[in-house]
Ligand binder design. Structure first.
Ligand SMILES: C[S@@+](CC[C@H](N)C(=O)[O-])C[C@H]1O[C@@H](n2cnc3c(N)ncnc32)[C@H](O)[C@@H]1O
Length: 289
């Protein structure tokens, strides 16, 4: 596990009592974390929180007025605009930072050996962390999310990272509909990243349920891979889909393509090993190697 250094604007400060305490640049926030079923290790730190989010009596911020309307942080070499949304999200999932570093590395290595730009498809792309990591390494990226607001937010992040003119296609659409259309058009992608939610809605309200749609989603992604793909990265926050389960799914899907899949927990981490990492979802990464 990588412990991130103080020059990263994100750090987990403590967790426990089903809450987490995190620093995002100059602001310290306390938010729910149902998986933190232990006691806080550093109770004295929690008084540092500028604002807190609670789901106990509906979604509610305490002291949101102490936060600016938005602010900018640098996490794993990517600038993100943050804002305290009504759902308690801020515009970044820092447990993805090792995945961003991995994608950047995979793209850069493949770029060197193949001597041509690598094409990457980022599904459920949210505020664009993976899109921007891939673009920083020179990839051509197709970024897709059903929410126009989130795609606009990701474009703002691209501009903050001086990637406004990078070769990124910005798509607002339902994932399953888009994949069917892309297959019909005969498009392929060297690398695909997908981070499906447990439950989501497409552009026209289409229901997405991981339990019902994951097999179809993976089959459709497979149809867009070339004969020798570079990578496939699947992650999620659905507790029933452990790391081993995600790896088994990828190994079975990619059997004909060679390569290998590894898996693990996504973690929120502090800048010192004394802070217990907080597991937050799972990933499986397949690479040609
Ligand atoms: C958990 S977030 C993904 C986090 C992101 N991968 C990251 O690392 O920052 C889920 C995203 O999926 C989008 N979404 C949900 N259902 C969708 C669907 N059917 N088609 C396209 N996007 C969808 C949501 O708008 C949301 O932005």
């Amino acid at each position: 596990m990588k412990v991130h250094t103080a020059n990263d604007d994100y750090e987990l400060l403590d967790s426990g009592d089903e809450r987490k305490l995190e620093r995002f640049g100059d602001y310290v926030l306390e938010r729910p974390a149902g998986q933190a079923v232990w006691q806080p290790q550093a109770p004295e730190r929690w008084a540092r929180a500028d604002a807190a989010f609670d789901r106990k009596q509906g979604n509610r911020w305490l002291n949101r007025s102490r936060l600016p309307d938005h602010w900018v942080v640098n996490i794993a070499g990517i600038h993100f605009k943050l804002s305290g949304t009504d759902f308690g999200h801020l515009g970044v999932f820092p447990e993805q930072r090792e995945s961003w570093e991995w994608v950047r590395q995979e793209v850069a290595t493949a770029h060197k050996t193949r001597k041509k730009p690598i094409s990457v498809l980022n599904l459920f792309a949210y505020s664009g962390g993976t899109t921007l990591a891939a673009a920083q390494a020179g990839a051509e990226v197709c970024h897709l999310d059903a929410s126009k607001g989130m795609v606009d937010w990701a474009r703002e992040n691209a501009a903050l990272n001086k990637l406004a003119d990078a070769p990124i296609r910005w798509i607002v659409d339902d994932v399953l509909r888009f994949l069917v259309r892309e297959a019909r058009r005969g498009h392929t992608y060297d690398g695909i990243v997908l981070d499906p939610p447990s439950f989501g809605r497409g552009k026209k309200g289409e229901v997405f349920k991981i339990q019902r749609h994951l097999p179809e989603l993976l089959r459709l992604c497979y149809a867009l891979l070339p004969e020798r793909p570079v990578f496939l990265l699947l992650s999620c926050h659905t507790p029933e889909y452990s790391a081993g389960i995600l790896r088994n799914l990828l190994e079975q899907l990619m059997r004909e393509k060679g390569g290998r899949a590894v898996c693990g927990e996504m973690l929120l981490t502090g800048s010192s090993p004394a802070v217990m990492p907080l597991p937050n979802g799972s990933f499986a990464r397949w690479a040609q190697g």
